[in-house]
Design a protein around this ligand. Structure first.
Ligand code: B12
Ligand code: SF4
Length: 520
């Protein structure tokens, strides 16, 4: 029987087992191969000191360009031990899962170690592989490559790569076929979510992870989105909204409870209430399951859209409560209706009030995702965001609003995508390369994403966006709003500002920024 080693790599949360490994592992087995999942992320965490782990996390996230000799030694030692496990398994194929742009540095480091020491064929996949190759540290001559995957293939670190969904393409590649997504062919979405095998956690049991409250697993109910908000890349990645049958989801939830003692399902969907019909069906089936005492603790979380009052009823909220809705990560984006309308989000502030009221009544928590410095945002719109913090402070204090996230201040992969005749005409800073030449390479595409100005709203400079971002941060702290990922975002903004040449920002601004970095 042919053997495949599926390797999960940093940087990824240690909260739950990696979803791609559990799913693709089962898919590989479904074609008659043996597949063993190795979570190198967890392995590394177990084998290096706390200090080295923190430093490595900074390295993966491109905050530092070089490792200290101690961290480097520990990393190499960890690779050596890990290689022993791989050798013991002796696979014909190795696959690395590159979760996001923060996994590309680790991918490169691992390949540098593994490639000369194995005869197995190597493939990579995951969202991170389409990143800009220059974000890898200490690579100079890479402008001739389109993506990290392209660079790694042409420089012979890998034999193949798969972009986009891996469910169908990985089977095709292993069976020697050409298929969309493989080695640069444009990818297509997974064909049928209902016919996929159930993910397996045998080698990555949820109990072994560092969960905050209780063990959980990720689960995909749908891909794509029913909306097309101007700033969002989801419709580009998954042009079609596809959804998996509710009864199959409930079967999997039941199985995860019985086999792995898992109560919490974290849906990976762009939005779990994309289809109200399907969402009602799911909640109804979960509510029935939860009538049995052993399944009572079952609950779920996921990304959610705020809907208008006409699209929902109070009974929907009651049903969600009965079905185990626990945490909704909701993209409200802005408290200015004008800004939201431009984005393509057409609910009113009254609808937001209804959403929070119902959430609070039924004990469902929210994470509010917000967007500071959207290209049409004026000072008046910014004031609305401040008002949001005052108006809903009671929910933030009571825990019904679990956290707020203010984000990076308008970071676009393709700034021209948000253009609309009349009010958005984007200009990318022509001096970008020169201004940011001292920036750590890994932050370059983030900085580039921020280096725009809307010709129709020219006072909204990067500096002004960051000022608003900091103001909202400070007000959130003052009013007792818990925040998520603030440190991460502000440190990156700080690094970017610090490395701008002639940016007209005086030292005081930077010191102020440093002050706010010191928070909970
Ligand atoms: C849940 C989630 C999170 C969670 C959990 C993250 C974790 N596990 O550590 C949280 C909220 C913490 C998070 C954080 C981040 N995330 Co996130 N996240 C997601 C989300 C919603 C689901 C991911 C998931 O588990 N999907 C289900 C599994 C089965 O799919 P998958 O891992 O993508 O794998 C599929 C393919 O990529 C491919 N594949 C994967 N591995 C392999 C390996 C091989 C060999 C092959 C052939 C194929 C293959 O096949 C799989 C099946 O189709 C996605 C969006 C989405 N809907 O997918 C964004 C997403 C992955 N995140 C993204 C980003 C940017 C981030 C952050 C960098 C954000 C930030 N600025 O901090 C961080 C980085 C996290 C980290 N630890 O480094 C981007 C990645 C884009 C990119 N090019 O980098 C996405 C796509 C969102 C987006 N709209 O752009 N994230
Ligand atoms: S609703 Fe959310 S996931 Fe869908 S397009 Fe808008 S921002 Fe993206």
């Amino acid at each position: 029987m042919k053997k495949y080693a599926f390797i999960n790599i940093p940087s990824q949360e240690l909260e739950r087992p990696p979803a791609a490994a559990a799913l693709l592992g089962s898919i590989i087995k479904s074609i008659g191969w043996d597949c063993k999942v190795f979570d190198f992320n967890l392995f590394l965490n177990d084998t290096v000191t706390k200090e080295a782990w923190s430093e490595l996390e900074e390295y993966w996230r491109c905050k530092i360009d070089i490792l200290s000799s101690d961290a480097e030694t520990q990393l190499q030692e960890s690779f050596r031990k890990f290689m022993q496990q791989l050798d013991d398994y002796d696979p014909q194929w190795i696959g690395l899962s590159v979760f996001s742009r923060f996994s590309t540095v680790s991918c490169y480091e691992i390949l540098k170690f593994i490639r000369p020491r194995t005869t197995a064929k190597i493939m990579i996949g995951g969202h991170g592989i389409s990143g800009w190759p220059g974000s890898l540290p200490n690579i100079d001559q890479n402008t001739k490559y389109d993506t990290i995957a392209d660079f790694l293939l042409k420089e012979k670190f890998i034999d193949h790569y798969i972009t986009g969904d891996g469910e169908d393409s990985i089977k095709e590649l292993l069976q020697g076929n050409k298929y969309p997504g493989i080695d640069g062919l444009p990818p297509i979405q997974v064909k049928d979510l209902d016919s996929l095998p159930v993910p397996s956690y045998t080698e990555i049991e949820p109990m072994r992870y560092y969960y905050t409250d209780e063990p959980g697993v990720y689960m995909t109910m749908s891909k794509g989105c029913v909306r097309r908000c101007t700033f969002c890349n989801i419709p580009d990645i998954w042009p079609k909204f596809t959804i998996r049958r509710a009864d199959l989801l409930v079967d999997e939830i039941r199985k995860n409870k019985l086999e792995y003692q898992v109560n919490l399902t974290h849906f990976t969907d762009s939005l779990i209430n994309g289809s109200m019909k399907h969402f009602r069906e799911l909640n109804k089936a979960l509510a029935e399951l939860k009538e049995d005492d052993q399944f009572k603790p079952i609950k779920y979380m996921g990304q959610f859209i705020c809907r208008t009052k006409q699209e929902q009823t109070e009974q929907d909220w009651e049903l969600m409560h009965k079905g185990g809705a626990n945490l909704l990560v909701t993209g409200f984006e802005s408290y200015s209706e004008r800004v939201r309308r431009h984005m393509g989000k057409n609910y009113t502030n009254e609808d937001i009030a209804f959403h929070f009221e119902q959430s609070a009544y039924y004990g469902i928590k929210n994470v509010a995702l917000m967007f500071v410095g959207y290209p049409v945002e004026t000072e008046e719109d910014h004031e609305y965001n401040k008002q949001f913090l005052y108006q809903y402070q009671k929910y933030a204090r009571s825990g019904s609003i679990h956290m707020v996230r203010w984000g990076y201040t308008g970071m676009f992969r393709d700034a021209h995508k948000v253009e609309k005749p009349g009010d958005v005409e984007m200009i990318i800073d022509p001096d970008f390369e020169d201004k940011f030449k001292n920036l750590p390479q890994g932050l370059r595409d983030i900085a580039l994403g921020l280096s725009w100005i809307n010709k129709k709203n020219p006072t909204l400079t990067l500096r002004e966006r960051i000022r608003r971002r900091i103001e909202l941060h400070e007000l959130s702290v003052k009013l007792g709003w818990p925040q998520t990922r603030s440190r991460e975002e502000l440190t990156i903004l700080y690094n970017i500002m610090k490395n701008i040449n002639s940016n007209n920002i005086d030292v005081k601004d930077i010191n102020d920024l440093e002050d706010v970095l010191d928070f909970h």
